[in-house]
Design a protein around this ligand. Structure first.
Ligand code: UDP
Length: 318
């Protein structure tokens, strides 16, 4: 894959978990990065190591308001609250960023003839009735349930991306991201990885929602970013799943965390949140064939890195 020497890339949501790792990758590839974030759910800490680095500029900006940063070669649209806890707290902001925010980013791509990549989600499949999920599946989304602010925001972002491609000729790609984990996740964002690791490290019971038989498939962050980067450089217009097809029940996942943290592993059962998908696993045939991509990091290796990160964070703040 070619590098990005002297190419300018605009990244929205750059202070988020994935956005910040994307900035790192782009800089390694030689790109100049303009990073946007309004810090609603992202954190400046995630970009602190890039402050003052040549080729990196951070602008505090809410992308629901128009912005013009001058000519760019690529636009990567990653801004959105992404954990259920965050988007339930900010449902209107979530809908705004997926709609108005995506549109503003598309306008920049159209103006400067930049390649546009938007980061969509496996939530587009809702509570899927097709398993594993292929990109051609249209999904089973509740349009008025509590998760609808996120699901419909992302589905709208896909629709407007296709509209700009079809009617304005913008070069676009759409990634559907499945559950991803790794360093820089927020400890308190409610997602299962930080929640279970935090509980295990603090020696308190693990909160298992429902009976724990629901499944997810967890992708380590370096694999995910590699997949997104390859998609950025590709010409594929239709959605591509990026995730790890290794499926596990949440009950088994709690056991893995207990083993890796060497803790007692007591569990407390709590009600399953409304519309919590019962199963989720990407079919990544398309990414494999089109991008030559597949995940490399196994769950144990990735989780050990993640646990170390959370441990260091806890030590630094205690
Ligand atoms: N979950 C859980 N306990 C928690 C947090 C999450 O059992 O403390 C479950 C949640 O119900 C879901 C899965 O773990 O089935 C993944 O949840 P997460 O919030 O990480 O993301 P989602 O895949 O639902 O968007």
């Amino acid at each position: 894959m070619s590098g990005l020497e002297s190419r300018k890339v605009l990244v929205s949501g750059a202070a988020g978990f994935l956005g910040s790792h994307m900035c790192d990758k782009l800089l390694v590839e030689g790109a100049e990065v303009i990073a946007l974030d309004n810090f609603i759910t992202g954190h400046a800490r995630n970009l602190a190591h890039l402050e003052g680095k040549p080729g990196f500029l951070l602008i505090e900006h809410d992308i629901t308001k128009p912005i013009d940063v001058g000519p760019v070669d690529f636009v990567i649209n990653m801004a959105s609250p992404a954990s259920p806890k965050d988007y339930l707290e900010f449902p209107i902001e979530t809908l705004d960023v997926g709609s108005l925010g995506t549109r503003n980013m598309l306008e920049i791509a159209a103006k400067y003839d930049a390649k546009f990549l938007t980061t969509s989600t496996s939530e587009c499949y809702g509570d899927p009735q097709v398993h594993p999920q292929v990109e051609t599946y249209w999904g089973n989304v509740n349009p008025v349930g509590p998760r609808s602010c996120y699901d419909e925001s992302k589905r709208f972002s896909e629709a407007i991306t296709m509209a700009y491609h079809r009617s304005r000729g913008v070069k676009t790609s759409i990634a559907r991201i499945f559950n991803t984990y790794g360093p820089r996740m927020k400890l308190n964002d409610g997602r299962v990885v930080p929640a279970f690791v935090d509980q295990a490290l603090r020696g308190i019971p693990i909160t298992l929602f429902g009976d724990g038989s629901q499944t997810r498939s967890f992708c380590y962050v370096s694999d995910l970013i590699d997949g997104l980067y390859r998609l950025l450089l590709s010409t594929e217009v239709y959605p591509v799943n990026v995730g790890n097809p290794n499926e596990i029940t949440i009950r088994e996942f709690a056991e893995v965390i207990t083993r890796l943290t060497n803790t007692a592993g007591t569990v407390v059962y709590q009600p399953l949140p409304e519309d919590d998908p019962k199963q989720r696993k990407p079919d990544i045939t398309k990414a494999r064939t089109l991008l030559g991509w597949e995940p490399k990091v196994d769950l144990h290796t990735g989780l050990l890195e993640t646990i170390q990160y959370f441990q260091a964070l806890a030590n630094a703040t205690s």
